[in-house]
Design a protein. Structure first.
Lengths: 291, 358
């Protein structure tokens, strides 16, 4: 029964990893930008929530929409200024700039908020409340809620990209920037909107991480970016459902590893990542002939 | 370092065309480099151990920056996981030292060991390009650290002091460490210089100019990249070994330890600021890094924040870095790895291109 419990916990954690991954996946899919500052931006969102709570004393769940809007604005501005400038100068510059941002943000956060970790309290009752299946399987409402939220976000994003006018515009620009430009779409603005959406999901991811455990300046790269990347690689690029599957596989692998030996948690996750990288580099859910 | 004529004219039309490594004679810069190395070697006799200690840190970053420049600037491999080899190098000094091998000999083991470890790691990431390659190397560095931390006999997650040097006087030890760091840095830069002047250098230039054309002309792209990855791992490993000797301990971990991404940040930023794709760039970038680090050392990590911000600005607005700007204006190359084509009748004594025109 302990194993079943571990797998269920891992599955729920996988939802959080999918949340980490979908912004990274979206920015790569649309702008071909691998945003190395992705994880640190999620941490920024977490600290923004801390700040919003400190100023307005609103409940943590209410900060989610506020921080989403703030991060979306930051995303649009960052994309239209620094990232767009880097894209037009080549992929090497894009990597250097996002890596530079990552280091600057992480160390900046350490200077202002110290290296101590802090949590986003939701109110004790919700954190600790759980229901149990049988005698040993305990499902916290919070983890279940975050998993459901992840599915809603991915579903909404999928629906938005496939069915709305603007979503189709984003996909058109992602497919062929020049052709979209010739048809009258300003690709820079579309990139900005896509970045705003990606940063919105990053905001949700950062706050969820803060609610479920704690946030500190160093988790941006050590966990969020690397777990997000592992989820994207395991799931396969270009499919949001693949991202969810990748997150779940990573979460379950980590939970099983931790069940065997608590210090193997991360190693077990990365072992699955490396296995997929070697055996099935296109990911578990591949998009046809795309390599 | 002679400026030999590389190609012989093939037809009468090109009878007057000469191709040399450099427009100017490289004798002065060659002798200058030799004098500089001798002066640097004599440093511990003139300055105190405090200054020598700072120089050791600078030489470590210089070695790392030269390696990162080789990777990103010449082979297009933007690695964010070089801390893996840096850390492995530190452990390859520590582990033999725990069995009685002197840490100075351990530096050779560090370079060779890191290079050997690079082979399977290269196999894992060889297929990936640019952004994916960057994060994948980062994940690999994390995996290497997690594996090392599992081994409790070499200190596990907390680290281990380096044995074998306790008998030495502190001042003598600092001087020896400095010389070791200097030799590693000189070998690293000299190695990059010779590598780029060899056939591999030509291959890398072909790949950089047009990878597809190079591939279809029979250039073994993958092999050249693998060679560079392994060479860079060896250099980073040796630098990690020097750090182990300098700190007299090896501490793993991502914040402050040998596996911290901060090492890769420092080497990458030094390269970008100095000028990527030139051998002189990392040297200039390391000097900028040293100045910033010394000026801002009382403000914790602020030097890294400033360094990162400057690197972003240079990547966006002066892509060729400080040295690239110098080259553009004065056409100086201290380490010529390209070629200069002399127009018929153009003499070495003539000054600008305007004089050379008939």
């Amino acid at each position: 029964m302990a194993w079943v419990n571990a797998i269920i916990q891992g599955l729920l954690t996988g939802g959080l990893y999918a949340l980490f991954a979908c912004g990274l996946s979206l920015m790569f899919g649309v702008m071909k930008v691998v945003n190395l500052a992705h994880g640190d931006l999620a941490v920024v969102a977490g600290y923004l929530a801390v700040g919003v709570i400190a100023v307005t004393h609103m409940p943590v769940l209410w900060t989610i929409p506020v921080v989403i809007v703030l991060m979306a604005i930051i995303g649009y501005i960052l994309q239209r200024s620094i990232i767009q400038g880097a894209i037009s100068r080549g992929e090497l510059t894009t990597l250097i700039v996002t890596f530079g941002l990552s280091i600057v943000i992480e160390n900046g956060l350490q200077q202002f908020f110290t290296a101590n970790s802090r949590g986003l309290g939701v109110g004790d009752s919700f954190i600790t409340a759980s229901f149990s299946i049988g005698s040993q399987i305990i499902v916290p409402y919070m983890n279940l809620g975050i998993f459901v939220l992840a599915v809603i976000v991915l579903l909404g994003l999928n629906q938005y990209l496939s069915s709305t006018k603007y979503g189709r515009l984003i996909r058109a620009v992602a497919d062929d920037r020049e052709a979209a430009q010739l048809s009258g779409a300003d690709y820079r603005h579309v990139f900005g909107i896509a970045a705003a959406i990606a940063f919105g999901t990053v905001a949700i991811a950062g706050i969820c991480e803060g609610m479920i455990t704690t946030i500190s300046p160093t988790i941006g790269t050590d966990t969020i970016l690397l777990f997000a990347f592992a989820s994207v690689v395991i799931g396969g690029l270009g499919s949001l459902w693949g991202t969810l599957l990748g997150g779940v596989v990573l979460g379950v692998a980590q939970a099983i590893g931790a069940q065997i030996n608590p210090s193997w948690e991360q190693l077990a996750g990365y072992a699955v990542f490396l296995l997929v990288l070697v055996i099935r580099p296109q990911g578990l859910v591949s998009q046809g002939a795309q390599s | 370092m002679t400026e030999n004529v590389i190609t012989s004219p093939r037809s009468a039309d090109f009878a007057d065309v000469r191709v040399t490594r450099s427009r100017r004679s490289i004798w002065p810069s060659g002798i200058g480099a030799l004098v500089l190395i001798i002066v640097l070697f004599a440093f511990p006799y003139y300055v105190g151990p405090g200054t020598t200690g700072i120089m050791v840190q600078g030489l470590i970053v210089l070695t790392l920056a030269s390696m990162w420049n080789l990777l990103a600037g010449y082979a297009g491999l933007v690695s964010v996981g070089q801390q893996a080899f840096f850390g492995l190098g530190a452990y390859f000094v520590l582990i033999p030292a725990m069995h009685g091998v002197t840490p100075w000999a351990g530096l050779v083991i560090a370079a060779v060991g890191a290079a050997v470890c690079a082979v399977p790691l290269w196999w894992l990431v060889a297929r990936l390009r640019l952004g994916y390659f960057a994060i994948a190397t980062w994940v690999l560095a994390s995996v290497v650290m997690l594996v090392i931390e599992q081994i409790s006999s070499i200190g596990g997650g907390t680290g281990e002091p380096l044995p074998g040097l306790s008998g030495m006087q502190p001042a003598v030890l600092t001087a020896y460490t400095y010389w070791a760091a200097l030799i590693v840095a000189v070998l690293a830069i000299g190695g990059v210089y010779l590598l780029l002047r060899s056939k591999i250098g030509l291959t890398l230039t072909a790949i950089r100019d047009d990878e597809r054309a190079a591939r279809s002309s029979g250039v073994r792209v993958g092999l050249a990249r693998m060679g560079v990855f392994i060479a860079a791992a060896a250099g980073c490993g040796a630098a990690g070994g020097v750090l182990a000797i300098e700190q007299l301990q090896v501490v793993p971990g991502t914040s402050g330890g040998v596996f911290s991404v901060q090492w890769t940040a420092e080497m990458a930023f030094a390269v970008i600021i100095g000028g990527i794709g030139t051998i002189e760039g990392p040297i200039l970038g390391t000097i900028v890094y040293m100045v910033l680090q010394q000026e801002l050392q009382s403000y914790n990590a602020w030097y890294l924040i400033v360094l990162g911000a400057v690197a972003i600005a240079i990547a966006l607005f002066a892509r060729r870095g400080l040295w690239g700007t110098v080259v553009d204006r004065f056409n100086i190359r201290l380490f010529p790895v390209g070629y200069h084509l002399w127009a018929p009748g153009e003499g070495r004594r003539r000054k600008g291109p305007a004089d050379a025109a008939p």
